[in-house]
Design a protein around this ligand. Structure first.
Ligand SMILES: Nc1nc2c(c(=O)[nH]1)N[C@H]1C(S)=C(S)[C@@H](COP(=O)(O)OP(=O)(O)OC[C@H]3O[C@@H](n4cnc5c(=O)[nH]c(N)nc54)[C@H](O)[C@@H]3O)O[C@H]1N2
Ligand SMILES: Nc1nc2c(c(=O)[nH]1)N[C@H]1C(S)=C(S)[C@@H](COP(=O)(O)OP(=O)(O)OC[C@H]3O[C@@H](n4cnc5c(=O)[nH]c(N)nc54)[C@H](O)[C@@H]3O)O[C@H]1N2
Ligand SMILES: [Mo]
Length: 692
């Protein structure tokens, strides 16, 4: 018996990107643990990933290529050989490549965050083909855009500093579920005397454990931040030197903030005036006392019409009070901009012969249903899906379903399991999991470059995404040597070692060690140095003006809310949000029995008074609906949801829910103010007892 411990990396779409140690005995992975030496993982994994072997060796893993034999959506398949699968795909793609390559669409997101199994060989393949480009907007592009206008790059407070803060605002995040290793630091800060404040319409697991919980209405975060600015300015809780040296546009910001007295802001947010003023004073006074004040801004803020502007507005706060002077102060939205990823070397955009059109992944429902036209270009005729489950995760799901059900659409899905999307595939290709392939990773919540070694051989006939696209490239006759590069050669290109942050990058060494911290200053903006055009924190952004946006922080009301759309609210009075469930990772892990059992079944949390007004009792089945569709869930009457708000933790596989539907039946394809992102949490619904 031989036992080894393989250094690996959690591939999931989560800020924590944990360092893993995989125990392998005689070729079988028996345990996955957090690396105790990795400073942010610190030997701790979430429940989901500590069960990773359950997922890899799951009896329902896809192990062979399949061809559809039933109707689209029915999920009936028969086994075929790799040769037959690849020949079939090449035969369908070749005529399209010759006549209208933009009719081919890759659809992928972050099933794996790996730089190699994500977009490397696949991107090269689609670039060479001239396929439509995919705008990968479904998660972070609104906030990322807003943050970049203000700060210049997605660089912020280092996770490893948060325990030293005296005040932490957890703004639109539920880290106990979705950013566990940040929560560890926040708790340590609490033990050292820090105050934690959650800003969230819902009393999430995290909000429950904070000292204060500001339960504002969804989509009103910019109004809250503007009200805070008003108080900070009126009460002179400012760092005038920091403002003078390192910011742009304070005079204009001051005028704007003057329009937002606490009474107005509190009314828009649906909170108390004293609550708002108290928050602003604590925020300003803690800095004034010389202590570190940090904001952890997350995704909850971004999934509404004004999501980009909300993040942009919040990101102005630390520059007003000089919170950036402390290593443990400032704001973290994402750390991804710290990594010098060598995207061009991995993805080879230079292989493009012309500039193809771009299709937004968020509007896949409409775009699959759109006929060809001069404005749109050719109708989409082939979709190749990998690292994503659009049938479950994309908004306005009934349209997504109708699109994928098109008989004339040729669909290929690379997957581990028979997801909702796989049910619509013509050809299914079995993919390897993280234990079976090599990859290099950045993180969006910490500052370590990470390596993933393959711990075991591929299961069945599964292949890494890269290998599938290498084989397809050969079948298509692509002869550029870049289509023969190995996964290790790709990983060796992941980071640009000529950049100061990544001077230590050496793939062979990283594979051995597992991880390596970037060389970043402790307090990135203590002396300014913002990555904006002016080099300052831009309260006023000329770039925003050029892009057709308000150059100053402002509040943009949701598309769907009682205040902004009373007509719609008369029909559909309840605001619905559908944030991640603790035991799922988007729609990944929903099919793992022990994790699904922990979530039970789809629930809808609603305030007892909203339940009573509709004759709905605790534990009763309800139908949640609007003009776009409906789904069924079990009502939990709880004051965790403020009045007027309903919460359906997500993202369920549709076919594992009683009615074959999930929360995305009612979400819309409307886009955010910037970043062309989805508005999942900008949704009005009505709820009624489910018909028996
Ligand atoms: N366990 C688990 N972890 C995950 C994921 C998962 O599915 N499960 N998903 C991963 C991914 S892809 C992402 S993007 C992140 C997302 O994780 P987070 O950044 O935590 O974001 P969300 O879970 O979308 O929302 C967090 C909180 O925002 C609140 N919220 C909703 N609307 C608003 C609003 O308008 N304003 C404010 N202030 N708060 C609001 C919600 O009630 C929720 O409690 O987590 C990652 N980690
Ligand atoms: N209602 C609602 N909808 C949401 C959200 C929400 O909060 N509410 N959150 C949104 C957010 S933040 C995000 S990021 C998106 C996430 O949407 P997706 O990125 O589509 O995430 P998953 O649902 O986890 O699906 C990823 C799939 O990739 C597969 N996969 C994993 N690794 C590999 C691999 O190496 N190769 C291949 N071929 N496949 C692999 C997994 O098995 C899984 O089925 O969902 C969005 N949808
Ligand atoms: Mo996400």
């Amino acid at each position: 018996m031989t036992t080894t411990h393989v250094r690996a990396t959690c591939p999931h779409d989560c800020p924590d990107t944990c360092a893993l140690l995989v125990t392998v005995t005689d070729g079988v992975a028996t345990e996955v643990k957090g690396d105790p030496e990795h400073p942010t993982t610190a030997g701790v994994l979430c429940t989901k990933v500590s069960r990773y072997t359950e997922r890899t060796y799951h009896a329902e893993r896809l192990l062979y290529p399949l061809r559809r034999v039933g109707k689209k959506g029915e999920g009936k398949f028969e086994r075929i050989s790799w040769d037959e699968a690849l020949d079939t795909i090449a035969a369908r793609l070749k005529p399209l490549a010759a006549s209208a390559p933009e009719a081919i669409l890759p659809y992928s997101y972050c099933g794996t965050m790996g730089l190699v199994q994500g977009e490397s060989m696949s991107a090269r393949f689609f670039h060479q083909l001239g396929a439509s480009l995919l705008d990968r907007t479904i998660c972070a592009s609104a906030g990322g855009t807003g943050y970049r206008y203000t700060v210049g790059a997605t660089i912020g407070t280092d996770l490893e500093q948060f325990q030293n803060a005296k005040l932490i605002l957890i703004w639109g995040g539920n880290p106990i579920a979705s950013n566990l290793h940040f929560w560890t630091r926040a708790q340590e800060a609490k033990r050292r005397g820090a105050t934690l404040i959650a800003i969230d319409p819902y009393r999430s697991l995290t909000a429950e454990k904070c000292h204060r919980h500001i339960a504002l209405l969804p989509g009103t975060d910019a109004a809250l931040a503007l009200g805070m600015m008003h108080v900070l300015i009126a009460e002179d809780l400012l760092d005038h030197d920091y403002i003078a040296d390192y910011t742009l546009g304070f005079a204009q910001l001051k005028e704007r903030a003057a329009e937002w007295p606490p009474e107005r802001a509190a009314e828009v947010c649906g909170i108390g005036v004293a609550e708002l003023v108290g928050l602003a004073r604590l925020y300003g006074q803690t800095s004034r006392d010389g202590d570190a004040v940090a904001i952890r801004a997350n995704y909850g803020v971004q999934r509404v019409r004004g999501g980009g502007m909300a993040v942009r507005t919040i990101a102005c706060l630390p520059a007003l009070t000089g919170a950036w002077r402390h290593a443990a102060g400032g704001i973290q939205l994402s750390s991804s901009g710290s990594f010098p990823v060598n995207r061009a070397a991995l993805q080879r955009p230079d292989l493009l012969k012309a500039q193809p059109r771009t299709i937004n992944m968020t509007t896949i429902g409409d775009d699959l249903l759109r006929p060809g036209s001069p404005e749109f270009g050719p109708q989409v005729q082939a979709v190749i899906v990998y690292n994503s489950n659009p049938l479950a995760v994309a908004p306005d799901s009934s349209k997504v379903e109708r699109g994928f059900a098109r008989e004339d659409l040729f669909t290929v899905v690379l997957e581990h399991f028979q997801t909702d999307t796989v049910d619509y595939a013509d050809i299914v290709l079995p993919a390897t999991t993280q234990l079976e392939h090599v990859d290099a990773h950045l993180a969006y919540g910490h500052l370590y470059m990470m390596a993933n070694n393959a711990a075991i051989a591929p299961m069945g006939e599964a292949k890494p995404n890269t290998e599938v696209f290498r084989l397809l490239a050969a079948r298509m006759g692509f002869d550029d040597p870049c289509f023969r590069e190995s996964d290790d050669a790709l990983a060796a290109r992941a980071f640009d070692a000529s950049k100061a942050q990544a001077v230590h990058f050496d793939w062979e060494a990283l594979k051995q060690k597992g991880w390596q911290k970037l060389a970043m200053p402790d307090a990135p903006f203590a002396q300014g140095g913002f990555a904006t055009p002016s080099g300052k924190c831009e309260f006023y952004s000329a770039q925003m003006l050029a892009d057709g946006l308000d150059p100053l922080p402002t509040h943009i009301a949701p598309y769907e809310s009682p205040a902004s759309n009373p007509e719609l609210a008369a029909k559909y009075p309840l605001a619905m949000i559908s944030p991640p469930a603790r035991n799922f990772l988007n729609s990944t892990f929903v099919n793992i029995k022990s994790l699904r059992a922990a979530e039970g079944e789809p629930h809808l949390d609603m305030h007892p008074e909203d339940g009573a007004a509709r004759g709905i009792g605790h534990g009763e089945m309800v139908r949640i609906f609007n003009d776009r569709g409906s789904f069924v869930a079990k009502a939990r009457l709880t004051d965790k949801a403020r009045r007027g708000l309903v919460v359906g933790l997500s993202v369920w596989w549709k076919k594992l829910a009683g009615d074959g539907k999930n929360a995305n039946e009612v979400t819309s394809q409307r886009l955010t103010d910037m970043g062309r992102a989805p508005t999942f949490y900008d949704t009005l619904v009505e709820v009624e007892k489910a018909p028996a």
